[in-house]
Design a protein around this ligand. Structure first.
Ligand code: 4AD
Ligand code: MG
Length: 465
């Protein structure tokens, strides 16, 4: 009944497509309601944009339904769009008919005041109706679309890599098992769980990365990308780690690490520019309420050239920094967030790409350099967030790859025969990377915690909703 003819508030306030004096129907959630003797004001938001539309009800005593409308209720307002006489908004709706569609009582948790993000996490089923989470939700949507646009316009083929996977791409062992076993009584053989009896007749996991399958696709389609959820059972309780997060993974055949870095830099700048130019409503909000520097940070990056240094150079810089780091530095040590942030924030003040890491601290698939010690990996580090992209040129030489797999302690080599086959039949140099989408959203919005840029975060000891 009349629902389909609703006018979205974004059409009025953002697109400015609705002429004054049009008769329209607006549906939304009540943000505030004030009932006076002569006039009542109902401010509603319908999720289509940041802005609310104010409905003005003259002769409120002729609208007994007003008594039942509280903050949080959903309503339908019909009337004429007029230029607002009040401050703070261009248009308002002169309400001619008003219906209460769904009541909300005084227990509605989002009463008009500022709530802490911690509190809002507990009510993730409602927080999308706040300004902050509305803005986060819309910017996620717009930037997802942007990501497809970027790659599609450049001839990359979108590939759907599997969620259920048998391999541990990153070799870190942070895997979630997928099984249909009765966990109180799994079949056992020789004292071990007998995975041959399980659903897939082998042990499988939720994927940590679609890279291997993207490599398969790149060696058929040339340039490809995937964009989907990945899962890590890493027990890190930080503001930057989630157990479920989205990754964008381009993979290019006939491409070396330099091409990979060029793509990463161009892609990030393009994405940031897109946010600045196409998500102005949301970016203005984040600049005002979340991080005053949000916009300037992005603008400076769009115009910058990323610093490119090797891991060895990075270690030298860290050693000479005079900083007292919590975690040890030195050649062969993994870089921690504090080191990454020193490089990108203090030393260079812009994004830094670190390349050529020691083979031992990276996964087996990265291409080995002529020195035999380092591999063609790269991490893109940005201020505040640290590592936002991880990628590499892949080892395309069959014998070297096999050697690396053994060195990295991979025992079930036969399970990787398909991966080795890519190096056996028409092998090509190829490279790719993964951008953590949620970290990119953190960076763009200035939001400090990954739990507050995902609609339903999954982190250790938390999978509610
Ligand atoms: O560096 P990572 O582990 O690289 C890979 O998975 C490669 N296989 C990607 C590839 O080459 N196709 O992860 C890539 C990015 C990181 O730089 C980070 O932004 C994000 O994924 N990431 C996480 N984001 C949120 N929570 C976590 N637990 C994350 N782990 C990695
Ligand atoms: Mg990484």
């Amino acid at each position: 009944m009349d629902y389909k003819i609703r006018t979205k508030i974004a059409r009025i306030l953002i697109d400015d497509q609705i002429p004054v004096d049009s008769n329209i129907t607006v549906l939304g959630f009540v943000r505030t309601i004030r009932i006076g003797k002569e006039v009542a004001f109902i401010e509603v938001n319908d999720g289509s944009c940041m802005g609310n539309l104010q409905g003005v009800v003259h002769n409120p005593d002729q609208f007994p339904v007003l008594e039942k409308i509280l903050t949080g209720a959903s309503v339908r307002m019909k009337g004429k769009l007029v230029i607002s006489e009040g401050k703070g908004q261009k248009y308002e709706l002169a309400v001619e008919s008003l219906d209460l569609i769904g009541e909300a009582d005084s227990t509605y948790p989002l009463q008009k005041k500022r709530h802490s993000f911690e509190f809002l996490r507990e009510i993730a089923h409602l927080r999308g109706r706040t300004n902050t989470f509305g803005a986060v939700g819309r910017i996620r949507s717009k930037l997802s679309y942007a990501i497809h646009t970027y790659f599609q316009e450049r001839g990359f083929c979108y590939v759907h890599t599997p969620i259920i996977s048998a391999s541990d791409c990153e070799g870190a062992g942070d895997l979630f098992n997928v099984t249909t076993f009765d966990l109180s009584n799994p079949p056992v053989r020789d004292g071990q769980i007998d995975w041959a009896e399980d659903f897939f007749a082998q042990q499988v996991f939720l994927t940590v990365s679609g890279q291997f399958e993207a490599e398969v696709a790149a060696l058929a389609f040339g340039d490809v990308y995937n964009f989907g959820p990945t899962f890590r059972a890493e027990n890190s309780n930080t503001a930057r780690h989630a157990s479920e997060f989205w990754m964008v993974e381009p993979e290019m055949a006939w491409a070396e690490l330099e091409d990979d870095m060029d793509l990463a830099e161009d892609f990030l700048k393009w994405l940031f520019r897109y946010a600045l130019e196409k998500c102005t409503d949301e970016m203005d909000f984040f600049g005002k309420w979340i991080d005053k520097e949000a916009r300037r940070t992005l603008e400076s990056i769009v115009d910058s050239t990323f610093e490119r240094i090797t891991y060895t150079e990075a270690q030298d810089i860290l050693a000479k920094s005079g900083e007292s780091f919590e975690f040890p530095i030195g050649w062969g040590k993994d870089m921690q967030t504090e080191h990454e942030r020193y490089l990108t924030e203090k030393k260079f003040g812009r994004p830094v790409i670190v390349t050529d890491y020691p083979a031992e601290i990276k996964s087996f698939y990265m291409r080995v350099n002529d020195d035999g010690k380092t591999v063609r990996g790269m991490d893109v580090l940005v201020p505040r967030v640290g590592e936002i992209i991880g990628g590499s040129q892949r080892e395309e030489r069959y014998d070297v790859l096999l050697e690396q797999m053994k060195k990295h302690g991979i025992r079930n080599l036969e399970d990787y025969q398909w991966y080795l086959d890519l190096r056996k039949y028409g092998s090509v140099p190829h490279s790719g990377f993964g951008l953590g989408f949620d970290r990119a959203i953190m960076y763009i919005t200035g939001m400090a915690n990954i739990r507050d840029v995902q609609p339903f975060p999954r982190v250790p000891r938390w999978a509610k909703f």
